[in-house]
Design a protein around this ligand. Structure first.
Ligand code: ATP
Ligand code: MG
Length: 572
């Protein structure tokens, strides 16, 4: 056990890399890459891939490239490229000078396509998209050869050159590999290599009107960059024979592809197409809405890169698809924020409390501890006066059993301040409580009674005259069910959206030490959870996002599971 702790078990990818290094493959060199398609913002699933690829490069003294797989001019934009770079950096990784674009290889990819034509391994096909699909067959039915499969090399070279010159309309012809229309692997049934697309590319402009398919670009881009271990998600397992076919036929450097299970999270959708749909249909404010599983959304919500990296470490890499509990992600966040977030007092739903025997014009400075987990964080002064706000929930006129907070005639501790006893409840014409009155015991300053008297409840407060009014945004899961894709017939995942995923409180108050807190600063509001200043915030109108509450459902789950560790998963 102790030995195990000193040297964590290798995951299956590390085992492969270490075995390769032992045999001296690539002279022990390790080069990985993170290859996003710039057609959306990165999400927590990408974070897993980023941590894995950059993490392996770090561990084995190698490099990790950032490569944009930008082969589809229609869906890709500079905005996405910029956001991806910001997010990878924010997660704590650095690609140095290794920033690449598949579009930089368009000329090389074209030359390789010509090479395949010359070798009789590729042909120009005039079938329409619809006909190509029909010819393809199914898993149980072999495909049919295209009537254009037997074109001569000369004719193919001529047609392909004219495709490039822009002689033909979109969709009228494709270049296809000549492999095997009867292959049990559909990816090998003469896949399309190039399509005609008269569209401007965000980097190459109008230089091209034919574009390589992702499958023709991805593996060869790895090859150009001499990637040793090309790590991708499981759905590419049956593309591997095709990638291997390309590098073999072209006689070029062969990276080794290794597949791992993609990250799925409960209460979350992870496909970029669906996330784009949420943005475009305005179900959320944007890609960085704090309810989104995007890196920018998590950042805005108040997540730390450390928490995300720890989460990725703990979910590990596996060979089989599964779903991780979002409670684990939140648990990692709480663990991290618990160590670093200063404690403050904030009242979300205020109720006025007046201390009748406290001098009208007096203000005291009481001492509060900034972080009980970190003595070096020190203390701060919190102003106290006759009129305070407490949480509406901390008072009950008719307290149920086990309610130990304030009620008529009852004494509680005001955190860091005094014991107070409720003497009166004032209501408006509708019977709504508008304020409560108390008396305080001056001998209990700091929160302890010299006579040893105990109280069962401690509640937080802010001084009404000193507090800052803030807006607080409370978030819940974006979906009401663990698997948002589980829908009734005829409906789509948006039918599972949680109508109450955002609640805005505009009448909340925080202690004055938070005046001017910069966007991105994180705090623990005692008894409420962790909060982060939103970028919408201004000095005059501060806005706080609730990052996560204090309730840790994962800690409970984990306790219950201690006896049976997750089978089949290895940790990073
Ligand atoms: P999506 O299905 O959300 O559109 P994608 O795979 O098309 O995702 P890419 O931009 O191609 O998105 O992904 C870049 C890299 O991130 C790929 O190597 C991919 O394997 C990896 N990746 C994407 N989603 C996940 C996920 N959920 N878990 C782990 N890795 C992922
Ligand atoms: Mg992809």
């Amino acid at each position: 056990m102790a030995e195990n702790e000193a040297k964590p078990a290798l995951n299956f990818i590390e085992q492969i890399i270490e075995a390769d290094r032992k045999t001296g493959k690539h002279d022990g060199r390790v080069a990985t890459r993170f290859p996003p398609e710039p057609n959306g913002y990165l999400h927590i699933g990408h974070a897993k891939s980023i941590c894995l690829n950059f993490g392996l490069a770090q561990k084995y003294g190698g490099v990790c490239h950032l490569r944009f797989d930008d082969t589809n001019p229609i869906k890709e934009e500079q905005e996405y490229i910029d956001s991806i770079k910001t997010d990878v950096r924010w997660l704590g990784f650095d690609w140095g000078r290794h920033e690449y674009y598949a579009s930089d290889y368009f000329e090389q990819l074209h030359a390789w396509a010509v090479q395949l034509i010359q070798a009789g391994k590729a042909y120009v096909c005039d079938l329409t998209a619809e006909q190509t699909r029909e010819h393809r067959g199914t898993l149980t039915k072999p495909g049919k050869d295209s009537p254009y499969r037997t074109r001569s090399v000369e004719e193919n070279l001529d047609l392909f050159a004219r495709m490039r010159q822009g002689e033909f309309p979109d969709g009228s012809r494709t270049l296809r590999a000549k492999i095997d229309m009867a292959s049990p692997n559909l990816n090998l049934r003469d896949p399309v290599l190039y399509r005609i697309l008269h569209a401007s590319h965000h980097r190459t402009g109008d230089a091209w009107c034919i574009y390589p398919m992702y499958d023709f670009a991805h593996g060869q881009s790895d090859s150009v960059e001499r990637i040793t271990h090309s790590i991708c998600t499981l759905e590419f397992e049956n593309h591997r024979p095709l990638y291997d076919w390309f590098v073999r036929e072209l006689g070029i450097f062969a990276p080794r592809q290794i597949e791992f299970a993609r990250l799925n999270l409960t209460y979350t959708v992870m496909s970029k197409r669906k996330l784009l749909n949420l943005v475009q249909a305005r179900h959320v404010r944007g890609w960085d809405d704090p309810r989104m599983p995007t890196i920018s959304g998590l950042r805005r919500r108040g997540y730390t890169p450390e928490a995300i990296r720890e989460f990725c470490r703990r979910v590990g890499v596996a060979k089989f698809d599964g779903v991780n509990d979002i409670a684990l992600l939140e648990h990692c966040l709480r663990e991290d924020l618990n160590k670093r977030a200063p404690r403050v007092m904030g009242v979300l739903r205020p109720l006025r409390l007046i201390i009748d025997n406290y001098p009208v014009d007096q203000t005291e400075e009481l001492t509060a501890i900034n972080n009980p987990e970190d003595a070096s964080a020190g203390t701060r002064a919190v102003p106290f006066s006759r009129m305070l706000y407490i949480e509406q929930d901390d008072f009950r006129e008719d307290p149920p059993r086990k309610f130990f907070r304030l009620a008529p005639g009852r004494e509680v501790r005001l955190r860091y301040a005094y014991f107070v006893t409720c003497t009166d409840v004032i209501k408006d014409g509708n019977g709504e409580i508008i304020e409560i009155h108390c008396t305080y015991d001056p001998a209990t300053r700091g929160g302890d009674a010299p006579d040893g008297r105990k109280v069962k409840g401690t509640i937080h407060w802010v001084s009404a005259a000193h507090a800052r009014r803030v807006e607080v945004r409370l978030y819940d899961h974006l979906f009401t069910v663990p698997n948002p894709d589980d829908v009734e017939n005829g409906k789509d995942f948006t039918s599972n959206l949680n109508p109450n995923s955002l609640e805005k409180l505009t009448e909340s108050f925080v202690e004055p030490s938070l005046a001017g807190a910069a966007p991105g600063s994180r705090y623990q509001f005692e008894r409420h959870g962790y909060f982060c200043v939103d970028p919408d915030s201004t000095v005059d109108a501060p806005v706080f996002n609730r990052t996560v509450s204090l309730r840790d459902s994962w800690a409970k789950i984990e306790k219950g599971q201690e006896a049976k560790p997750n089978q089949g998963e290895t940790t990073l």
